[in-house]
Every structure is written in C-alpha cells, then in structure tokens.
Design a binder for this molecule. Structure first.
Ligand code: GLA
Length: 388
C-alpha cells in the first residue's frame, strides 16, 4: 500500500484531506517471554510491519473511525461524551480505550476527528497489532491536541486501555516496544523498574526469519489470563518465604530451595519458567553484546523448550515450525515469539541458508499441519513516529 493510495482512500471516505499521517510498528520479542507481568527482563524490537493512521481534526464531538483492513465494517462513529466498550464496535474498542484512558488521566480532548487506519502486520499473528493501534492512537492524539503527555505515559495508558477497557491482562512489553523501538536495535527492558537499554542487534551474515503458523487464534485471551492467574498463585507461595515484589526477583537457586512448598506441579512449572526465562534473557543480552550469536541462539532454543514444557503456550503448530527449524543445517536458534498458542515463531538463520530454510520448514509444516506457514525476513525499525 502506497502513501498516495492511503491519502486517496482518506479522501474517498471522508471527503477531505488528512492533516497528518503517523506510523506505529508491530514487534517481535527476541527472548524474555511471559515475564513482563512477573517483573522480569524482556528483549523485544520494533519491526517495519505496522499500522498507519491518517487524521483530520473535526469541530464537533464525533470521532469517525475507518480501517482499510475491515472495510466491510464501514465508518464507525463514536461521540466523545459516550465512550464505552461495545462489542459491535469491534477493533474500534482499542482506540476508544485510549481516548478513555487519556480522559481518565486528565487529558480529555475538546473535539473529535476523522481517522483512517491501514495495517500490514499479518492478521492475528501475535506481532502486536493491537499495541500498535493503541500506541499509534495515543501518539497522534497527544501530538495533534498538544496534550503534553510523555512518551512513557502514552505507553502506559495504552497498556491500561488493553487491560481495563478491552479486558486482556497483558504486560507492558508490546506497547513499550512499539513506543520506544529503534532501528536495528532491541530493547532490554526491566519490566519492574521500566529501566531500559538499547542494544544493537548485530547478526553479521544472518537474519531473523519470522515464521507465521497462520493458526486461527481463538480463545487466546482467556488462556493468557489463566497463565497470569497461575503466576499469581505461584507468587503467593513465594511470598511466604521471600520478601520480594515479583516472581522474577528470585534467582533459580532461591526458587529451587522452596520447590517442596509447591504442591501443584503446574504452578511450580509456571514459576520455574518465569525465573529461568529471566536469567536466560539477561545472559542472552550479554552474549549478544559480546558478539556470541551462537550462544544467543542456544538460549533462544532453551527458551522455547521452557515455554513448551513448563509454561505450555506453544502447541503443535509452533512446535512443528521451531523443532524443524532446529534441524535445518545452519540455524542459529529458533523459538516462539509473543504470547504463543499460535501466532509466530522466529529463527536466526544465515543469509545464504534462508531460501533452503523456508523450503524445508515450510514443506514439513504443510505435511504435519495441513496448511501453509508464511515466512518473512524481519527488518528492525523505529518506534511510533509522524510520517509527513
Ligand atoms: C503478549 C502480551 C505481552 C507479553 C507477551 C508474552 O504479547 O501482550 O505483554 O506478556 O504476550 O511475553
């Protein structure tokens, strides 16, 4: 989709010219999965797939939303004095949640707007199209209405929109990556303190390949919320022994010392994943900085095993892709990325082996799962920004 086409589409839908265009990326997470709600370290980066918004302010109280990805839904109109969750408004609940959270934090807007969105993040792929939409909306509203909200606060209130308005109890990782991403670098984020470090992703003659399971993702939100509840249960046990704020404040040694306190094996394995994943993420970032990509790849593989066996968020489709990827000669590392239960995996593959990699993994996947996976070479791009 070209820029000019988006402008033309805006004119057709709203019979006027947009006054600004913004872009927000999707994200992949290199390592540090399902620990952004356990106070752990995560290591995501923004990608060049993302969401565009073309906007024009209005003089009245109406916000008109249109998405080129959901053309059949047409223009959905919402009045600023009646912002509430409405299932029939579908995707518009995300931007509505952002407007509501801005207002609730003392930043109401005085007039509405017309907005057209277009996204090229593969649908339902777990590459954070919802965080992209939220942070995009928070950013263009903040800038166009000169609300003076900091970037970090637009990130936090975007997460709140997802948690409190849409009802998914997600952590801060996705919105943070979408808001703070930098070209060719990943973000080592401490989700407890929100301290972060930008780490260049230098893979020499290799690239990150995104592998999309193309699995229809039903019910992930409830499975995700269940994992959070299981972590809360684990934390209640930990609190009886240690004075800590989050599961990931513990070392593996400290956790192993209280293993017998966990009567339920499921709860034990959830805690074990969280603590071990946090340690892996810290090691992975330090080996990447030292240029040891092979060790980084091994840690990715270990992360996948932990998410498969202890956290149980992978499933046939992701395991088929990742386990085959491990067996293709040359692969440096491979793992699920994001929430799991379908969605995408990533692999680090030498550039001269990518074509064979796609063929071999693709063919195996089709023979096991019965439909095709899709492959994209990831480009790490910049966080949310204005384009024009
Ligand atoms: C989803 C959530 C994130 C994070 C990941 C798993 O993407 O939105 O907050 O928990 O799953 O790491």
């Amino acid at each position: 989709m070209k820029y000019a086409d988006l402008n033309a589409a805006f004119e057709t839908v709203f019979e006027s010219q947009p006054s600004a265009t913004y872009f927000a990326p999707g994200r992949i997470n290199l390592i540090g999965e399902h620990i952004d709600y356990n106070g752990g370290h995560v290591f995501p980066c923004a990608i060049t797939f993302g969401t565009y918004a073309l906007i024009r302010k209005r003089d009245d109280q109406i916000c008109n939303f249109y998405s080129m990805n959901f053309e059949s839904l047409g223009v959905i109109s919402v009045s600023l004095d009646a912002i509430s969750y409405d299932e029939t408004d579908d995707w518009v609940n995300y931007p509505k949640g952002v407007i509501k959270m801005l207002a609730d934090t003392g930043h109401p807007i005085e007039s509405g707007f017309d907005v057209l969105y277009y996204g090229n993040i593969p649908n339902g792929a777990g590459l954070s199209s919802s965080a992209s939409l939220e942070v995009l909306t928070a950013t263009f509203i903040n800038e166009m209405y000169q609300l003076g909200v900091s970037r970090l606060d637009t990130i936090k209130l975007s997460q709140r929109a997802e948690n409190e308005f849409v009802g998914v109890n997600s952590g801060i990782m996705d919105q943070f990556a979408v808001g703070m991403g930098q070209k060719d670098a990943a973000i080592l984020l401490n989700t407890n303190t929100l301290d972060y470090e930008i780490v260049p992703v230098i893979l020499e003659d290799a690239s990150i390949v995104i592998m999309n399971t193309n699995k229809r993702r039903g019910l992930i939100d409830s499975a995700y919320n269940t994992r959070r509840e299981e972590c809360d249960a684990a934390f209640r046990i930990i609190k009886e022994y240690y004075d800590v704020q989050f599961i990931c404040d513990l070392s593996m040694k400290q956790l192993l010392a209280i293993q017998t306190a966990f009567a339920d094996d499921v709860i034990w394995r959830r805690a074990k994943h969280a603590v071990s994943e946090n340690e892996r993420t810290l090691e992975a970032t330090s080996v990447l900085k030292a240029g040891n990509i092979n060790r980084f790849g091994e840690l990715m593989n270990e992360s996948h095993v932990s998410l498969r066996d202890d956290y149980e968020v992978t499933g046939l489709e992701l395991d088929t892709l990742v386990e085959k990827a491990w067996r293709v000669p040359g692969t440096i590392g491979a793992r699920v990325t994001g929430a799991g239960f379908g969605g995408c995996a990533i692999a680090i593959v030498p550039n001269d082996a990518i074509a064979a990699f796609k063929d071999q993994v693709g063919e195996h996947y089709r023979s096991v799962v019965g439909y095709d996976a899709t492959f994209h070479v990831a480009t790490i791009g910049q966080g949310v920004h204005r384009l024009d």
